[in-house]
Design a protein around this ligand. Structure first.
Ligand code: BF8
Ligand code: SF4
Length: 627
């Protein structure tokens, strides 16, 4: 099984196109210094490497553990900026709605008022005033200047205060790792790791944990909260996934990237401009998603989803993509050259994301409608230039059920315990009606050489009666493998899990059985997993680290996935990460992450490079949980 359609690969070869698979081979063998983490380029005297039996430190004297810890902190900081920048865009949109500067609307008023209440700001009456108050509190998390470092008790991220478990806040306070302002934390991390600053690996590792917390609350949680307010909280939905969602006689627009501000508008205007497409002899406009922004549309609107990060190039090779419209993150620079081999228009929209070969249509919250219309017009123009001989749309497309927000999960379990739905989930775990919960998350990586790690691990877990939650590219993988369907429960779930899912479906009067893998959303929606675990811990009075819940990122690829992994670790959730983080050049750091961390956060990194080994280790950890 592969997610790379063979016919499309052959077509690309015939057309002499370079794909990531070719470039991956050209990069082999990859540099052993980089792979083990002992390469430093933090000043111009470098690069410095730790060379066995020759160089035990960099020119400045930095030892392997310092170099590796510095690199890890930088990676985590970079990943964090992706999510905090993302969150800021959504917060500013809420603020602009309150000031009447945009046509975006507030969809989930209740959620906004609830947040206002938690923040102890105005939650009643005029919704614009509530929006303004909440947006201002969120912006504080980007600009507060004094915090615990300055011995100001209680001054840390608002989003931690209203979201994180109290006992974790106490722990982080003791460790002095409560973030003050997300931009300050990422900025500190880069400062801290330059030549001649922090050389203490322990301190650098603690700072890495601080960045993980920053990512979790000022990035993931804040972004999801804002997006649910703006676009609605997801609920059960059904659609199709994989490249087969492209349609032959339609103007195909692929929205790719991460922040749904752009993709929601494109989707909205595509519906309004269908007539224009018909004038160009198309049957209409077909908007489909790619990567996480696609998932945002899928979760809330049931928009079909074309693929994950490693399928973006093939989407263009189909010859049926009239435009690929991108905002931020995970967009391969190769798309520019590829699009130019076809009629496809690659359209960049964000000021700081430009790609050679792309057309740039600036998008902002203020001009969103105009930009969306222009993008759609460009896509219709491109459709007219299609070369029918170059079109090859694969047949592959699988049904997917999605929309598993914490709200939906609570609704499902409310049929067992109306007053305290998550207590019912806890009881389900406690009485071993299911053996545990594993969130399989994160990217697809070229390093796996097309081995379907996500799918194989997920199937092994299901067989062992473990409910699987999925986000990001892992959710694409599960969807494409048909693991998010009612049939998958029949086919892959162990007896206990099957019985339980059937019971839950029956109690909810669902026509079809619930799938065994629950799609919880995009990568920022890892916050939904964190929220589920936090609320589960609260209602059962059980510490997170004692719950039978594990995270796995079996094909981690981006800096973002490292930041998310560190966040789950700080919450007390043991996390499997593969390929291993580049730390093998220091036994001290590797031991810290895979063992000693437990003394601080009650969690550790699991290393396992095959699905079988990963499943075995994960199940072992789950079985040891005493709750
Ligand atoms: O944020 S899982 S490859 S698409 S980084 Fe990127 Fe990784 Fe996919 Fe979305 Ni997440
Ligand atoms: Fe080398 Fe030190 Fe400069 Fe890094 S900071 S490149 S180890 S001299």
């Amino acid at each position: 099984m592969t997610f790379l359609n063979k016919q499309l690969l052959a077509k690309a070869k015939k057309e002499k196109l370079s794909l990531y698979t070719d470039r991956f081979l050209e990069q082999q063998p990859q540099c052993p210094f980089g792979l083990s983490g002992v390469c430093c380029r933090n000043c111009l005297q470098g690069p410095c490497r730790i060379i066995p039996n020759k160089a035990q430190a960099g020119i400045c004297g930095a030892k392997p553990e310092t170099i590796i810890a510095r690199n890890l902190l930088r990676t985590t900081a970079s990943g964090t900026t992706c999510h905090t920048d993302h969150a800021r865009e959504s917060v500013l949109t809420l603020l602009k709605i309150s000031q009447n500067q945009t046509t975006y609307k507030i969809k989930d008023e209740l959620k906004l008022r609830e947040l206002a209440e938690k923040l102890r700001v105005r939650s009643w009456g005029n919704i614009s005033l509530v929006a303004k108050a909440v947006a201002e509190e969120a912006l504080e998390d980007f600009r507060r200047q004094e915090g615990l470092y300055h011995k100001k008790e209680g001054n840390f991220l608002n989003w931690i205060n209203i979201t994180a478990p109290k006992e974790k806040i106490e722990l982080w306070k003791k460790l002095n790792i409560l973030p003050v302002n997300c931009d300050m934390e990422t900025s500190h991390a880069f400062h801290q790791t330059t030549l001649g600053n922090d050389a203490d690996p322990n301190d650098l590792l603690l700072s890495t944990l601080r960045l993980g917390i920053t990512d979790g609350y000022a990035g993931l949680h804040l972004a999801t909260d804002m997006q649910d307010i703006l676009f609605g909280t997801p609920t059960l939905t059904r659609t199709e996934s994989n490249l087969g969602v492209l349609k032959k006689d339609y103007v195909n627009i692929i929205v790719h990237g991460h922040i749904p501000l752009l993709s929601e508008k494109i989707n909205e205007w595509a519906k309004k401009l269908n007539k224009k497409a018909r004038k160009a002899n198309a049957n209409g406009i077909n908007v489909v998603g790619m990567c996480c922004t696609g998932i945002e549309l899928l979760m809330r609107l049931g928009v079909p989803i074309a693929g994950h990060i490693l399928q973006q190039e093939l989407a263009i090779v189909t010859g049926a993509a009239d435009s690929v419209v991108v905002d931020v993150q995970c967009i391969y620079p190769s798309l520019g050259d590829l699009a130019n081999c076809y009629h496809t228009k690659l359209i960049t929209t964000i000021d700081y994301v430009r790609i050679p070969g792309a057309m740039h249509i600036p998008f902002s919250v203020e001009n969103a409608d105009k930009a969306a219309q222009e993008i759609i017009n460009q896509s219709i123009q491109a459709y007219k230039k299609r070369n029918p001989r170059k079109i090859l749309i694969p047949k592959e497309s699988s049904e997917v059920y999605a929309g598993f927000s914490v709200e939906l999960i609570k609704e499902l379990f409310s049929k067992i315990n109306k007053k305290n739905p998550l207590k019912a989930l806890y009881t389900t775990l406690k009485t071993r009606q299911i053996n545990g919960i594993v969130a399989v998350v994160g990217c697809r990586s070229s390093k796996l050489n097309q081995q379907p790690f996500h799918e194989e691990l997920t199937k092994l877990l299901l067989k062992n009666n473990i409910l699987v939650l999925a986000t990001g590219c892992s959710a694409h993988a599960s969807a494409q493998a048909g693991l998010m369907t009612p049939e998958a429960t029949e086919k892959y779930a162990g007896q206990k899990l099957k019985l339980f899912l059937k019971k839950l479906s029956r109690l909810n009067n669902l026509k079809n059985t619930l799938p065994p893998v629950w799609h919880m959303g995009s990568c920022v929606d890892n916050s939904r997993i964190s929220r589920l675990v936090t609320e589960l811990s609260l209602c059962s009075k059980t510490r997170i680290e004692n719950l039978p819940i594990i995270v796995s990122a079996p094909e981690a690829a981006t800096e973002k996935s490292v930041a998310i992994g560190v966040f789950f670790l700080t919450l007390g959730i043991t996390t499997h990460i593969n390929p291993p983080l580049p730390t093998s050049g220091s036994r001290y750091i590797t031991n810290f992450l895979t063992k000693d961390l437990q003394k601080i956060t009650f969690s550790k990194i699991i290393l396992a490079i095959t699905p079988e080994k990963a499943a075995k280790s994960i199940i072992q950890v789950i079985n040891k949980k005493d709750f």
